[in-house]
Design a protein around this ligand. Structure first.
Ligand code: PXP
Length: 239
């Protein structure tokens, strides 16, 4: 069975749009787990544009929530992550101007720094993952860094599919990385830009053990949830 991690950053974005407490990412994290997700992903960005420090504290404290915390290489973020002891961490690159995590880590440039980070979390029995672009060099470097898992960035594949462009080459790259990772005994995850179609396609790859999906799940739940809420308001306003 493949695992599903649900990224709830966008719930924090909606909450922050009004500077209020609703919808609460902590309640969302509990609900997501009750709905059958295997884990909840949150990204504490350096600019705190969605998830805030208090969200991390509350979500990590609840031991019924399996938390995958995405972190950059920033020292302050690392300290917060080590202090709050999530179940898993995923190291991601971060660029303040980006709308979302646009690519994988630059492992060649940051190998030693990332290796030290991974070691700190492994010492605390926290599962480690590196968010990388699907290329063989980065899979090999991930092994050298001694991470438990890699997460392959599927943004390019998703984009090509959405734009109805040829995606054969990108899919082949992902498959080759999966094969190599499996030989090297690295667990493979996949994430970014995934929807029903792309997930179905990637689900055929046995080596992928976990999907991490955010934007599409939260967006799609609008269409599956609106009916209930509208009828609730019709009832409230007419009794
Ligand atoms: N995996 C990682 C490492 C990410 O950084 C993100 C985006 O925050 C996702 C998965 C989820 O991407 P999306 O929101 O496009 O599903």
């Amino acid at each position: 069975m493949k695992k599903l991690g649900v990224n709830i950053d966008h719930i924090a974005t909606i909450r922050n749009a009004r500077g209020s407490i609703h919808p609460d990412p902590f309640l969302a994290a509990k609900y997501v787990m009750n709905c059958g997700a295997d884990s909840v992903t949150i990204h504490l960005r350096e600019d705190r544009r969605h998830i805030k420090d208090q969200d991390v504290i509350k979500i990590c404290k609840d031991k019924k929530i399996l938390v995958n915390l995405e972190i950059s290489l920033n020292n302050n973020i690392l300290k917060i992550a080590l202090r709050n002891k999530p179940n898993y961490i995923c190291v991601v690159p971060e660029n303040r101007k980006e709308v979302t995590t646009e690519g994988g880590l630059n492992l060649s440039k940051n190998k030693n720094k990332i290796k030290k980070i991974i070691f700190k979390f492994r010492k605390k029995n926290i599962r480690t993952s590196l968010f990388i672009n699907p290329n063989l060099k980065d899979v090999n470097l991930s092994k050298e860094i001694e991470t438990d898992c890699i997460e392959l960035h599927t943004g390019k594949l998703s984009d090509l599919i959405k734009k109805k462009k040829n995606f054969t080459n990108e899919l082949r790259k992902i498959k080759n990385c999966c094969n190599l990772a499996s030989e090297l005994k690295l667990e493979v995850h996949a994430g970014h830009g995934l929807d029903y179609k792309t997930t179905k396609l990637l689900a055929k790859i046995n080596e992928i053990k976990e999907f991490n999906i955010g934007h599409f799940i939260i967006g799609e739940s609008i269409f599956y949830g609106l009916k209930n809420i509208i009828s609730k308001f019709k009832n409230i306003s007419n009794n």
